[in-house]
Write a protein that binds this ligand. Sequence first.
Ligand code: NAP
Length: 288
Amino acid sequence: MRIIDGKICAQQVKNQIAKEVAEIKAKGQRPPRLDIFLVGDRPDSLSYVHTKDKTCRALGMDSQLHLLPDTTTESELMVMIDECNRNDDVDAILIQLPLPDHYNSARVLDFIDYRKDADGLHLMNVGLLHLGEPYVMPCTPKGILSLLETNGIEVSGEHVVMIGRSQLVGEPTAQLLIHKNATVTLCHSRTKNLSEIAHLGDIVITAVGCPNLLQPYDFKQGAVLIDVAMNRVNGKLQGDVYSEETRPELEKRLRACTPVPGGVGPMTIAMLMQNVLDIYKLRMQNPS
Ligand code: NAP
C-alpha cells in the first residue's frame, strides 16, 4: 500500500509559492496579503489562525490577524470586512469558523467580496463550483484533488464513494470530482448499508468525524482511501478509518491511503496559501 504523504505534497506546493512570491517582490511589487478574522477564543481556532498567519509570512506573503472578542457584534464584524473588501491592498479574507452561536455564518461569509474569498465558501463561489467554473476552490476539497493528482490516482471513470456531505468538505469534493468525470456516490448520516456502498468504491473518501466508521474489510481489494477526518482518541489523532491499529489490515487491502495525521491536513493549509496567491494574481490581471 502506498502512503499518500500530505506533508511532502504540501511542502512542494509551499516551495513553489515561496518562489513565486520572491519573484513578485524582486520586481518591486507588493506581496499578496491575507486578512484573517477570529471571533472568540476557542483554543483550536486560535491555534489554526496562528498557523495560517505564520505560514503566510513564512512564504513571504503579508498576513493581518484580527483577533476579536466574543462580544463583537455581527454588524461590527461586517464593518471590518467591508473595510477589507474596499482596501486594494487586501487580496484575500478568511473568517475562521465556527463563528459564535449568535452569528449567522452564511450571511457573514456572503458579505466578503467573492473575489477575495480565501476559503471559497461565498455563495457565488459555491455556485461557480457547481457549474464547473470555480473562481476560488474550498481548501480541503482542492487539497484532496491535488493529492490524488500528484500521486497519479486517476479519478475519471472511477467510482468515488464520498462519505460526508458538509458544505466545507463532502459536498464540494463531490462536485469537483463530478467535473473530473468520476462517478460519485454521496453518503451521509441517513445512508443505509454504508459498508456495502463503501465496498463498491474504487476511491473512498471519509469526512465524517467518527472513529471506526468502517473496517478494513469494508473496502474492496485495491481501493484507495482518503481519510479526511481528524478524531482525537485517547490523546491521539486518527481518521474515520485510519489509525495505528487499522493500518496493518489496511495495508493488505488498499492500493493507497492517506495517513492521519499527515495526509489531507497539511494540504488544506497549503491550498489556502495557493488560493491567496491565485487571488492576488487574478486581482493584478483584473484590477477593479
Ligand atoms: P460535519 O460538518 O460535521 O459533517 C459531517 C458529515 O458526516 C455530515 O454530512 C453527516 O451527515 C455525515 N455523517 C455523520 N454521521 C455519519 C454516519 N454514521 N455515516 C455516514 N455519514 C455520517 O464535518 P466536516 O466539517 O465535514 O468535517 C468532517 C471531518 O473532517 C471532521 O473530523 C473534521 O475534523 C475533519 N476535517 C479535516 C480537515 C483537514 O484538513 N484534514 C478539514 C476539514 C474537516 P448529515 O449531513 O446527514 O448530518
